[in-house]
Design a protein around this ligand. Structure first.
Ligand SMILES: Cc1cc2nc3c(=O)[nH]c(=O)nc-3n(C[C@H](O)[C@H](O)[C@H](O)COP(=O)(O)OP(=O)(O)OC[C@H]3O[C@@H](n4cnc5c(N)ncnc54)[C@H](O)[C@@H]3O)c2cc1C
Length: 534
């Protein structure tokens, strides 16, 4: 097949890929973006669509205070030992400018009312760092209107600010108003889907060429630099300035998950097209990988089969929903609790515990256990409170019966629940200090998250670990992919989750990932624009 050429070829249509493509066009480069899936948006489309950008101009305009030093202090605390200082410094310094750049490119960012997750961290602020886009009508995309991946449910029809006004993204089951909005304006895209729709609108207006259903399979080298890609159909798409790998992580590739994650029972929270193709293509030409150790972008969740009849539902996160509500606990096979369930960062490292004597991870598998009091008052799996608990959830009139159903040690479970109920009656979790950590997404205190598990029938379900990939391509502060021999591979860039998240390190803060994609996407585009002038 004859080769076709552009200045830039971008692989992947999540936030990182779309940002790179828009920036490339604004900087005068012609650009093709290829997307493997039939729809655009990847993991970005199912996300909450929030970007964490410290010391940004929107906050300053609203009278908020922040500083570069505070931003760096916060990143250092959250990122801990997984950080690459040079990448972190670049991210902190460049993200505010990237926000302005993309605003000028047609993206009407606004502040989200959300606050930093870790109030106890040096440099934390009580708001002003999370930004989002409002909901957008897909009709604005013309013939591309049905090409954005749009998850079901009201969250992805509204802007984040509106979601919070309706009661919060973790309580969608009670949002009657959202259904009305959806009925009145069926094309409305919000949260991650809205972010993708806005980015797509800007990409189209700036003249980015887009192809869906086109998977990059291999990189082409010519005269010592990456010169293009070969698609799954054998088509050669050549790139004069660079190829940008923005194809996300490997969360939906069980083989790579097994290779890099010590988390048995993993379920993917991302679309099935996230199979780590960037890692395969780039290591084939000598790229280095980096594993971000102690990756705390790790959650517990479960699949709700009703969300994908006949298919495989995404793993839905329970950390800010079921696990923060009273009358719920998480136990291991011995029936023992092992963390403050309401603070996901307390749970995450315990999932990797290893018992050297038993030669096993004691806390995987683990199980959510709750009682009828919870079922009657709270929303399970996104259902309205008091809705019937679905048949795929185990249940029994007795704790003993539930333990047998789930394969949990019955004595251990009974003992744990007896002690938990005594603590709940006193309003203090003496064992795991549930609700004791004030953090930004939940901000529960013991009185709102503790409640006895005493009312039969009792319910339980296995929880699965789900995480952002721990490993990615080793990229430098200019978003260039590093060769195993330590030098940048000419013409090859990695942005978003295709790159190891060394700029934000081990910890998880909502908005890090998308803000990184925006920032390093711009940096990659600038690097490629420089190659045309040199
Ligand atoms: C429920 C949930 C909420 C979240 N909320 C937030 C949030 O508010 N803020 C935040 O920062 N992060 C959030 N995240 C994390 C965030 O969604 C991801 O980290 C982010 O979307 C990664 O963006 P990306 O552009 O790197 O990859 P993606 O958005 O996943 O895009 C990668 C794209 O590349 C395509 N692709 C893969 N292989 C190929 C190939 N060979 N050829 C062509 N295309 C290919 C994929 O199909 C996909 O479309 C959330 C995650 C979840 C699950």
């Amino acid at each position: 097949m004859p080769a076709q050429g552009w200045d830039v070829v971008v692989v992947g249509s999540g936030l990182a890929g779309l940002a790179t493509a828009i920036a490339a066009r604004v900087l005068g480069l012609d650009c093709l973006l290829v997307e493997k899936a039939g729809k655009l948006g990847g993991g970005t489309a199912i996300s909450s669509g929030l970007l964490w950008i410290g010391d940004n101009h929107l906050n300053a305009a609203a009278g908020g205070t922040d500083s570069f030093d505070a931003v760096r202090a916060y990143l250092r605390y959250v990122g801990a030992d997984g950080l690459d200082s040079a990448r972190m410094e670049t991210f902190a310094a460049e993200a505010p400018g990237a926000l302005r750049f993309f605003e000028a490119a047609g993206l009407p960012f606004r502040l989200s009312p959300r606050i930093d997750h870790y109030g106890m961290a040096p440099g934390a602020t009580n708001g002003g760092r999370l930004v989002e886009l409002p909901a957008i009508d897909a009709a604005e995309l013309g013939k591309w209107a049905d090409r954005v991946l749009r998850p079901a449910g009201p969250l992805h029809r509204l802007g984040g600010r509106e979601a919070i006004a309706l009661g919060g993204p973790n309580r969608t089951a009670t949002w009657d108003a959202a259904e009305e909005v959806a009925r009145a304006r069926p094309g409305l895209c919000g949260a991650g889907a809205g972010l993708v729709a806005w980015m797509l609108r800007a990409a189209l207006r700036h003249g980015v060429e887009l192809r869906t259903g086109t998977a990059a399979e291999r990189l082409i080298m010519a005269e010592g630099r990456v010169a293009g890609i070969v698609t799954q159909d054998g088509e050669i798409l050549s790139a004069r300035c660079g190829v940008v790998l923005a194809s996300g992580g490997y969360e939906s590739n069980p083989e790579l998950v097994d290779r890099f994650e010590a988390l048995p029972g993993w379920q993917s929270m991302f679309p099935e097209s996230l199979t780590g193709d960037a890692l395969v293509m780039a290591t084939e030409i000598g790229a280095a990988l980096r594993v971000v150790g102690n990756n705390l972008s790790l959650f517990l969740g479960f699949r709700n089969p009703d969300e994908a009849p006949g298919g495989t539902a995404l793993c839905r996160l329970s950390g800010t929903a079921e696990l923060t509500a009273p009358r719920t606990i998480v136990v291991n096979r011995r029936g023992r609790r092992f963390a403050d369930e309401s603070f996901f960062q307390a749970v995450a490292p315990r999932l990797r515990d290893f018992d050297a004597r038993a030669r096993e991870q004691p806390n995987l598998p683990c199980f959510l256990v709750f009682d009828s009091g919870y079922a009657g008052a709270q929303s399970f799996a996104g259902r309205p409170p008091d809705a019937e608990i679905p048949s795929w959830v185990s249940r029994s009139a007795s704790l003993e019966g539930l333990a047998a159903e789930l394969g949990i040690d019955a004595e251990g479970l009974a003992d744990t629940i007896r002690r938990f109920n005594e603590d709940a009656a006193r309003g203090v979790d003496s064992e795991q200090h549930r609700g004791g950590t004030p953090w930004g997404l939940a901000r529960f205190d013991p009185s709102t998250t503790l409640g006895p598990i005493e009312q039969p029938p009792f319910y339980g379900i296995r929880l699965h670990p789900t995480a952002l990939s721990s490993a990615g391509l080793l990229a430098d502060p200019e978003a260039r992919v590093t060769h195993v021999r330590g030098h940048p591979i000419p013409g090859l860039y990695a942005v978003g989750n295709a790159a190891a998240r060394t700029e934000t390190g081990s910890g998880y803060q909502t908005g890090f990932s998308l803000a990184s994609g925006l920032t390093f996407g711009l940096i990659a585009a600038r690097g490629m624009a420089r190659t045309t002038n040199s």
